[in-house]
Structure formats: structure tokens, C-alpha cells
Design a protein around this ligand. Structure first.
Ligand code: SOE
Length: 377
């Protein structure tokens, strides 16, 4: 029997668009008895949210998220707001008995994240956090290969997330589109925004992190705040690197920055095991590089696997072998998995509780950079 899930989406920025696109496309490509309905979207600016609703086909809109939560015809709340609103909305949504899909990072810090986990668990509502890169088919394939034991003992995990969009001193901080540069709205800089992705994938692929040693830098110390027009101190981290020990004994190295001139969104990861290694690069996201030491020595080398075949993760839902998909599909996969998890009555990872683990590493990284010391998780 078909069951409709009425979505109420809060926020209409970049992530509001990726999620809305995913809700629209998922039923066309993934068969499931649970279907999303674009019931309502919500933001304070009426003119903007009205045109967002028209563009994406939402049946209605609200200008106050509390009103959205009061509505009986909303089943699931999708939180695409700046990070400083995640906690309040998520807890209220849980208390109203709504399912919750929350943009990453889960919260501003661990304390907030813990309250959010307690709220969804008390209410017993399905919940998930949009760490979308897990659902790039090549990354999901990496997970499969690791779980099959092909890499053997893992020695090293390396990940980077490099951007260059904040190098200009003229760029303001805060307000629409630039809230990621304002610690009051974002919680942190690249640590919560970019490294959080790398950490989520790492915990998923390589297990827990035991301790971290980090450094952060804020290269531009003052910027005009968009809302006040005043020059204010910049309190986010512009760059952050850390090393860590994983619980499985492997060593980790992570780097993220918005000051890597020439790199727009270069997320790369590499894992070196006893028997095999894996490498992946967001700029070439449909490829997985794989080196298997068990190959016959004369032809041994890095394989470049084009992850587009029907026996590779998610790809049986798309075109024909050889034809690739892209960034927006990772969100479609998350919606498809979420709907299927409802049908199966199972959790859809990363749940709030899973994402809290990423939050713990982020907080430890920031503390380590402040204290100039190793911090245990
Ligand atoms: C920042 O520029 C950003 O948009 C992040 O907020 C996203 O989570 C990341 O996927 C791409 O970069």
C-alpha cells in the first residue's frame, strides 16, 4: 500500500534546493511504497519563500517555522537553516512527533547535539542527517570493499576538503549566503562545514577516532558584517588540520581550508591497507581508484574503476552502464534510503546519534587547537 510522507522544508538556500530536487526526483528513479509529497516550505521572507514554493512545486508555504510544526498535515520536517537554529527546530519538531531530516553538521556543538538526540529518541521519531557524500556510488563501493575485508589491516586514512572562496578581504561575514563565516550562526568555520564531511565518511569507513591533535588558523582577522555594516573580529577557523589515532590502530591525517587557491570543493580521501588501497576525489566523483597487492605483479597497478555499472551501488537505478551521475544524486540516494528505511522500519544512517559522533570529533579538534594538545574523544 502506498504511504505518502508530507514534507515541510525549512530554509531555501543551497541545501533547500538540493533537498527539494531530491524529493521531486526520487520516486521517478527509486520504487518504494513510501512517497514524499512537497507539502510546505518555510522561511521568514514571504516573497522569496513564495517564489521558492512555486519553483519547486510545494503546495503551500509558511513564514514561521513554529506554524509549520503545528500543522497536522506535515509528517517530516527538513531543517536547512543555518546551524544555530538546528537544535531549537529539531527539538520542537520531535516534540510535535515529526520525523526529522537535518542538514549537517548536526548542531553547533556536542551539548546541543546530545539534547537533540535525547529529543528524537524520547519521541521515537525517525531521523537522519544529510552527510550526503556517503551516498556517492564510488564512496559506497569503497565501504563495500572495506567491509568485505579486501584492504586487510588499515594503516592510514587521509582526507582533504579544500576550497578557495574566502580569500578576498573584501568578502563580508554573516547574513544571507555568508552565515557560514559567522561563528554565531555556524558554530565553527571549516571544521563544522567541511571537515565534518570528512569525519563522517571516515567514521563510516574506518570506525571510531580515539584522539586528535589539531591546528586551526584564521587568516583574515576582521571582516565587515553584512547585517550591521560594521567591521568585526572573525571568530571562525579558516583552515584546520588534524592528526588522529583511529580505534582500529590506523593513523589519520585531515586537512580543510577555504584558502587553497585553485580548489573549489576538492574533497579527496585515501585509505591504505595491508592488501589494498583506495583513493577517491570529489572532482571525479564517479571514479574509485583501487590498488590490489594480490594482483599478478607484472600488471599490478592502480585501477581506475568507472562506477557506473548496474552491479555497483545505486547505479541500477540510473541510466545505462558507462553513463555517470553527479552531486545532486547523492541527495536523491539519501531520500531513497530514508523512504526505504521507513518502509522497512529501520534507522537511516547517519542518524542523529551517528552524527553526534562526528560532532564529538569536531569539538575535540577545536579544543585541541585551542589547547595545543592531544584531546581524547
Ligand atoms: C560550503 O561551501 C559547502 O557548501 C558546504 O556547506 C557543503 O556541506 C559542502 O558539501 C560543499 O561546500
Amino acid at each position: 500500500m502506498i504511504r505518502n510522507i508530507n514534507i515541510g522544508l525549512i530554509g531555501y538556500g543551497f541545501m533547500g534546493r538540493t533537498h527539494s530536487n531530491a524529493y521531486r526526483q526520487t520516486p521517478q528513479f527509486f520504487e518504494c511504497d513510501v512517497k514524499p509529497v512537497l507539502k510546505a516550505c518555510c522561511a521568514r521572507n514571504e516573497e522569496n519563500i513564495k517564489s521558492f514554493a512555486e519553483n519547486w512545486g510545494y503546495e503551500s508555504y509558511e513564514t514561521d517555522w513554529r506554524k509549520l510544526l503545528e500543522r497536522d498535515d506535515i509528517d517530516a520536517v527538513d531543517i536547512c537553516t543555518p546551524n544555530n537554529l538546528h537544535k531549537e527546530i529539531a527539538i520542537a519538531a520531535a516534540e510535535a512527533g515529526k520525523m526529522i531530516l537535518c542538514e549537517k553538521p548536526l548542531a553547533m556543538n556536542v551539548a546541543e547535539g546530545e539534547e537533540m538526540c535525547a529529543a528524537v529518541e524520547k519521541a521515537g521519531v525517525p531521523n537522519t542527517v544529510w552527510y550526503n557524500y556517503r551516498r556517492v556510488p564510488a564512496v559506497t563501493l569503497a565501504k563495500k570493499l572495506i567491509d568485505e575485508g579486501r584492504l586487510g589491516r588499515i594503516f592510514h586514512y587521509r582526507a582533504n576538503f579544500l576550497q578557495d572562496w574566502t580569500i578576498s578581504e573584501e568578502l563580508p561575514q554573516g547574513g544571507a549566503a555568508l552565515w557560514r563565516l559567522d561563528a554565531k550562526a555556524a558554530g565553527s568555520g571549516v571544521t563544522g562545514d567541511l571537515l565534518a564531511h570528512c569525519i563522517d565518511t571516515a567514521l563510516w569507513l574506518n570506525g571510531g577516532i580515539a584522539d586528535v591533535n589539531a591546528m586551526t588558523e584564521t587568516f583574515i582577522k576582521e571582516r565587515v558584517h553584512q547585517e550591521t555594516g560594521e567591521k568585526q573580529a572573525v571568530t571562525i577557523d579558516d583552515a584546520c588540520s588534524f592528526m588522529c589515532h583511529f580505534s582500529n590502530g590506523s593513523l589519520g591525517l585531515f586537512e580543510s581550508t577555504r584558502y587553497a587557491r585553485g580548489h573549489k570543493a576538492l574533497y579527496t580521501l585515501e585509505i591504505n591497507g595491508e592488501n589494498a588501497s583506495i583513493r577517491w576525489d570529489l572532482h571525479d566523483l564517479h571514479r574509485l581508484e583501487y590498488f590490489d597487492h594480490n594482483d599478478e605483479s607484472q600488471v599490478r597497478g592502480w585501477r581506475n574503476v568507472h562506477v557506473t555499472d548496474t552491479d555497483q551501488p545505486y547505479m541500477d537505478h540510473w541510466w545505462v552502464p558507462g553513463l555517470q551521475i553527479g552531486y545532486e544524486h547523492t541527495f536523491i540516494h539519501q531520500v531513497a534510503d530514508f523512504l526505504q528505511s521507513l518502509a522497512d522500519e529501520k534507522p537511516c544512517g547517519p542518524t542523529f546519534r551517528d552524527a553526534l559522533e562526528t560532532q564529538k570529533v569536531c569539538d575535540a579538534v577545536l579544543k585541541s587547537a585551542d589547547d595545543k594538545a592531544w584531546v581524547g574523544i
